[in-house]
Ligand binder design. Structure first.
Ligand code: AMP
Ligand code: MG
Length: 418
């Protein structure tokens, strides 16, 4: 299967072999950024009781129905109720209760007048004082009602919802302490290449440090997966098949880089073919045409090109959506946004090109994109200094400054529709 397929076809092919993983129950703090695998239910009303939304005075609206600036209504302050306290007694028509934010509304009251618009007639506003009201109030003024956010027994987070940072606090208020979520995929990262030395070594002449494994592990983490960097494998079919065979026993997804073309020492395709089903070998994209995908013992194995930028693009565009699907996510692809090129770009290659670029907004609000001068597929440093991939469609020729192109904003979550 040496067919060159469109990126969308490659993405769909890989996704068609991916299912959400099984679920696990985790403490709420570990559920952030993950998908709820069941409906979550509140065990109480939230808030559990009607309470003051402001510091002020609790009273019955009828007591001050006729109040005006010319004829204020004066009431005696008979008690103070703080957050955490309760005042459950009744009070007379010429009385009111000083109340703090978060304190339960006394059952005999139906409104709270904020402190700032009440004048103190005698005393200091504390119990024993007299205070005056110069305007009537609506019923339930400055009152947050019981159950305003959730009712006991109500579904507060639906199965399939992404749990966010605020959601964790919501769950805590509703008595949910653990959440069933989809398991994070365990991803094996294998660098292939006899020229590679571990990153903690100084490479002798002819060798280079294995940098791909670090970026691919970081990309895995950013996609919600759990990466393990396995030892470097030399350019040997035997070593590679042995390592992949081992990896598929313990991991949910295997990502390799290097050895991906058709050179004399490129073994990822024959290795996958020998061990399982080889389903994809090349994608119409640049950088990174040599993208290999297959199944070995039912486990997805993806062979990225060795060139750093090609490996990065292949991961972000094809593997990341798959890892998201494994976690029950349904927003799988990043949105694109249109921007005007600040510079002309020459395009001779008929493939679709992903230019490592910087996206920004001009002072008059227009979106513009500047492709990095260095588009070498051998460089991670350029991507470090970029924030998007500007897309030059397949087939079409060079672009002029001012032409509009689509850009994939890296680091903008898939849930954000641009
Ligand atoms: P390959 O896909 O094996 O032909 O590799 C293409 C280029 O990427 C070569 O220049 C390799 O040395 C380089 N390369 C391959 N693997 C890595 C790696 N793990 N880290 C950094 N560069 C790599
Ligand atoms: Mg190689």
């Amino acid at each position: 299967m040496a067919e060159l397929v469109a990126l969308e076809e490659a993405q769909n092919l890989v996704l068609s072999h991916i299912r959400p993983l099984e679920t696990e129950t985790v403490p709420i703090l570990d559920s952030v950024g993950r998908i709820a695998a069941a409906d979550l239910i509140s065990d109480i009303d939230v808030m559990p009781f009607a309470h003051a939304a402001m510091d002020g005075f609790a009273l019955r609206a009828a007591q001050i129905a006729d109040a005006s600036a010319e004829s204020p209504v004066a009431l005696k302050v008979i008690a103070e109720v703080a957050a955490g306290d309760a005042f459950t007694a009744t009070f007379g028509d010429d009385e009111c209760v000083r109340i703090m934010t978060g304190a339960p509304l006394p059952p005999d009251a139906d409104a709270v007048i904020q402190y700032e618009i009440v004048s103190v007639v005698s005393g200091d506003g504390l119990p024993g004082s007299t205070v005056a009201f110069t305007a009537p109030t609506k019923l339930r003024n400055n009152v947050r009602e019981a159950g305003e956010e959730a009712h006991e027994g109500e579904v507060i987070v639906r199965s399939g919802e992404l749990i966010g940072t605020a959601g964790v606090g919501f769950l805590a208020s509703c008595g949910v302490r653990e959440v069933p979520v989809y398991r994070r995929p365990r991803v094996a990262i294998i660098a292939i290449g006899s020229e590679l030395v571990p990153a903690d070594e100084r490479p002798p002449f002819g060798k280079i440090r294995n940098s791909n494994s670090y970026t691919l592990a970081a990309c895995t983490q950013a996609a919600g997966g759990i990466p393990t960097i396995l030892p470097i494998v030399s350019d040997s079919l035997e070593d590679l098949t042995a390592e992949i065979k081992r990896a598929v026993e313990s991991y949910d997804f295997v990502v390799t880089s290097g050895g991906a073309s058709n050179g004399d020492f490129d073994f990822i395709k024959p290795a996958v073919e020998q061990l399982g089903d080889l389903l994809l070998t090349s994608v119409n994209m640049r950088p990174g045409k040599a993208q290999t995908f297959g199944l070995v013992s039912g486990v997805p194995v993806f062979g990225l090109p060795g060139n750093p930028a090609a490996a990065f693009c292949g991961f972000e565009l094809i593997i990341r959506p798959a890892l998201r699907k494994m976690q029950g996510m349904t927003a799988l692809h990043r949105s694109t946004i249109r921007a005007r090129l600040t510079d002309a770009v020459r395009k001779k290659d008929p493939r679709r090109i992903y230019l490592r670029s910087t996206f920004s907004k001009t002072s008059d609000g227009a979106y513009v994109v500047t492709p990095a001068k260095n588009q070498s597929s051998g460089s991670f440093g350029v991507i470090q200094r970029s924030n998007c991939l500007a897309i030059l469609p397949e087939g079409s020729g060079s672009c002029e400054a001012g032409d509009e192109v689509s850009c994939i904003l890296l680091d903008v979550p898939e849930e954000v529709v641009l």
